[in-house]
Design a protein around this ligand. Structure first.
Ligand code: MRU
Length: 390
């Protein structure tokens, strides 16, 4: 059956698919210091997969805009961006506290964003309090941002190890058929990502039979970004509309759901891309494990439960129009477009960017410190404490 689905999803014959390298030419984020002054260079994710282009941010307001428009996105990468953004403010003579506030508040749900910005801000304040001048304090904040970046890369590798061990334990014998939602790979991380990194590890070990990729309406992170990463890594993947997930479960084609998280409350409630909660309900009904993979920095002990998580509401036009900046994908014959209305003028839209899955629907939360299953407040707190001891 999996092969049938794969075939029906093919847009072009395999011989027509161009060779693409596993790693994009442009990293998701990088700090650079050209003669004109320091900059933060982003891979503009709004233009993928049609075009790999750089977006150069020379000041914090430009970065705030890039965050709001999802040119840079995904919880761990937002943490890295937030930290570098404060470094940019310090290096370019902006008010660091003002920049940290603007960056931390650019999007409300992914707690990593505020974590990265505040950690960098603290490094700056501590350097000044320790007697450093502004130039040296700017160096300290850049070092903090580089540390956030490196720690995320390291955490990604460890999550992949723990996540694959859990998959193997839950489904001995391999041949995993994994469904994922949104985008959780190298595009959102200093390393290879969170949930996607686990699927990639399974693929490298020859144990991934299929990666089912939800398209992820309305901004298509699955179709545009996860399919792009899966193709680059030579993974066996098939794209489906979000609406098709139910029949896929019913057909017995899903062995596990692997998703990331934007914020995990102290009780284990998981905020992730809208559409995750329905998958958790489907998974429970069909007795399929629903696994969340996220670094410890995504766990927010200050948020007691799911009801306390602020869910970002985005503009209605993302639903009423096809608004993804649309760069034609070579070889598909598509025309450039974007902003095309698909609903009558004046239609109101409900467009939450995330939803919240209660802990009782989550089989396990995998972090770089190991997995917690069943998901309890105590288990999560223990993992977080372990991370703080290092
Ligand atoms: O709105 P986005 O694209 O930033 O949403 C991203 C997600 O929901 C991801 O699943 C989440 O950040 C986890 S990324 C490892």
């Amino acid at each position: 059956m999996a092969d049938q689905y794969a075939q029906s999803g093919e847009a072009v014959r395999p011989s027509e698919i161009p060779e693409i390298p596993a790693i994009p030419a442009i990293p998701a984020i990088r700090w650079d210091e050209p003669p004109e002054g320091p900059v933060l260079v982003l891979l503009d994710q709004t233009r993928l997969p049609g075009e790999e282009s750089e977006l150069v941010c020379t000041d914090p307001p430009a970065l705030v805009q890039a965050i709001r428009t999802l040119a840079v996105r995904g919880a761990p990468l937002l943490g890295i961006a937030g930290a570098y953004g404060v470094a940019l403010a310090a290096a370019r003579g902006f008010d660091v506290d003002e920049a940290a506030d603007a960056l931390a508040g650019a999007r409300p749900t992914a707690v990593n964003l505020a974590y990265g910005a505040r950690r960098a801000q603290t490094a700056y304040r501590e350097a000044l309090a320790g007697g450093a001048d502004e130039r040296r304090a700017a160096g300290a904040v850049l070092a903090a941002a580089r540390a956030v970046h490196a720690e995320d890369a390291e955490a990604s590798g460890r999550m992949a190890v723990h996540g694959l061990a859990l998959l193997d334990e839950l489904m001995p014998g391999g041949g995993h058929r994994v469904l994922t939602h949104c985008n959780t790979g190298a595009l959102v991380s200093g390393g290879e990502g969170t949930a996607f990194a686990v699927a990639l590890a399974a693929h490298r070990e020859g144990r991934l039979r299929r990666l089912w990729v939800d398209e992820t309406r309305p901004l298509l992170q699955g179709a545009r970004l996860t399919a792009y990463e899966a193709a680059r890594n030579g993974m066996p993947y098939t794209l489906l509309t979000d609406n098709a997930a139910g029949s896929l479960f019913a057909a017995g084609e899903v062995d596990a759901v692997l998703i990331g998280a934007d914020r995990i409350a102290a009780d284990g409630s998981v905020a992730n891309k809208v559409g995750s909660y329905p998958l958790a309900v489907l998974a429970r009904y069909h007795h399929v494990p629903f696994i969340v993979v996220a670094p410890v920095t995504t766990v927010d002990p200050e948020t007691p439960d799911g009801a306390a998580i602020e869910v970002e509401q985005r503009a209605g036009h993302e639903v009423t129009e096809v608004t993804v900046p649309f760069v034609p994908v070579a070889g598909t014959g598509a025309e450039a477009g974007g902003g095309i209305a698909v609903a009558p003028l004046g239609t109101q839209a409900y467009n939450p960017a995330f939803d919240v899955t209660p802990p009782e629907l989550v089989t396990a939360i995998v972090t770089e410190e190991g997995a917690v299953s069943p998901v309890t407040a105590e288990g999560l707190a223990e993992l977080c404490a372990r991370s703080r001891q290092v």
